[in-house]
Design a protein. Structure first.
Length: 385
């Protein structure tokens, strides 16, 4: 015989029950309260956040404790059963009533993502939020393991993640994120879920707009045949291609009969032959400008141009997408620069707002941040024929 479900309580009644349980036990866990009250852990976390703001309890790692508990004195490292002993719930500063821990999983700790991480840490430090970082490998199964550990072992309050969303494992990961026990904000990824394709909260760069700006720059210099190369496996590539095609159509530039090449990245053993193929197509089609995603591929292409006697930018203007290391090329590359640190800061702000929401009615937000074009020495007017 099964027990009847807990009665449905009004928010005020539920929070009162939280306080009653807390004062009876001294310390409570989020998951235990959620089960006892018949609500989700997210709802309990919101209740605890509100009660902490009102000075009625003290948030600790994985739950809450009464404010006069001597084990939770100011500056002490506190945890509840199931949390992480010895872990400080806050970096200090910010709202003293909200001690949040955010977990972050990114696919790389070297290219592109360090600037995003820097923005996350800056915003977290300013708000008194602790960030636990994990690096993955562009594999959905690896990302899910990392995320599950952050939730179950570390006891984070929310997740920032740049997930792999393609393929069966990617689709499974998206379903896991949709039903995760803590709030989730996607970083540089955007997905829709459920039968009505509702948005998950996300912060993304407008890569389509960035590619459009690149084509407009080249067209403004007088180029009429602008090619494109993108990288297989990068989630950015489809947005860059869309922006390139849209801008070409808007400006009356052909996107047929010019290079539109989807390649493996510069680390592939076949890359050297691929570069020659790209340059051969440019010469055969009279293409005078090329948008290249991303920086390492653009730099490698320019180096091959020099070896083959193709002048950059005199014969071929090259514009890179990412601007991570584009300025180090010879000549320095004109590039589209996503505002990576702003992406990180906005992601923290969005997740913190979600965690502080006590109504449960907050709309899902999609924040889109435009990149900017940085003009250097690799683009100029096309050669006179």
């Amino acid at each position: 015989m099964t027990s009847p479900p807990p009665p449905v309580l009004l928010p005020e009644e539920r929070r009162e029950r939280v306080l009653e349980t807390l004062h009876r036990r001294g310390t409570v866990r989020v998951n235990d309260l959620a089960e006892a009250l018949g609500v989700t852990p997210i709802t309990v976390r919101r209740d605890i956040a509100l009660l902490a703001e009102q000075g009625l309890l003290r948030r600790v790692h994985g739950g809450a404790t009464v404010r006069d508990d001597p084990s939770a004195g100011d500056g002490a490292a506190t945890a509840v059963p199931g949390g992480q002993p010895g872990a400080s719930p806050t970096n200090g500063g910010g709202d003293p009533g909200l001690h949040l821990t955010m977990g972050m999983v990114v696919p790389s700790l070297d290219y592109y993502w360090p600037d995003v991480i820097r923005g996350v840490r800056e915003a977290a430090a300013a708000s008194g939020v602790r960030v636990v970082l994990r690096g993955a490998t562009y594999e959905a199964a690896d990302e899910r393991r990392q995320l599950a550990r952050l939730v179950e072992a570390v006891g984070v309050d929310g997740l920032l993640v740049a997930p792999t969303t393609s393929g069966p494992q990617g689709e499974e990961l998206v379903r896991w994120l949709e039903s995760a026990p803590v709030p989730v904000v996607l970083v540089e990824r955007a997905v829709s879920v459920g039968p009505y394709h509702e948005a998950m909260e996300s912060v993304v760069s407008d890569h389509t707009l960035g590619a459009e700006a690149a084509v407009r720059h080249l067209a403004g210099l007088g180029h009429r045949r602008v090619g494109l190369t993108t990288t297989v496996g990068s989630p950015t590539s489809r947005h860059v291609r869309r922006g390139w095609r849209d801008a070409c159509e808007e400006l009356g530039l052909p996107h047929e009969g010019v290079p539109d090449i989807h390649t493996l990245d510069h680390r592939s053993p076949s890359w050297s032959a691929t570069v020659d193929e790209i340059l051969d197509v440019c010469l055969d089609t009279g293409t005078t400008a090329l948008l290249v995603h991303s920086d390492p591929e653009a730099i490698s292409l320019v180096e091959r141009c020099q070896e083959r006697g193709i002048d950059v930018p005199g014969q071929l203007s090259v514009l890179a997408y990412d601007d991570q290391v584009a300025a180090l090329c010879d000549p320095p590359l004109t590039a589209v620069r996503p505002h990576r640190e702003a992406i990180g800061r906005a992601a923290v702000d969005l997740l913190a707002a979600r965690l502080r929401d006590t109504t449960g009615d907050r709309a899902a937000h999609r924040v889109v941040i435009g990149p900017r074009l940085v003009v250097r020495q690799s683009t100029t007017a096309p050669p006179v024929t």
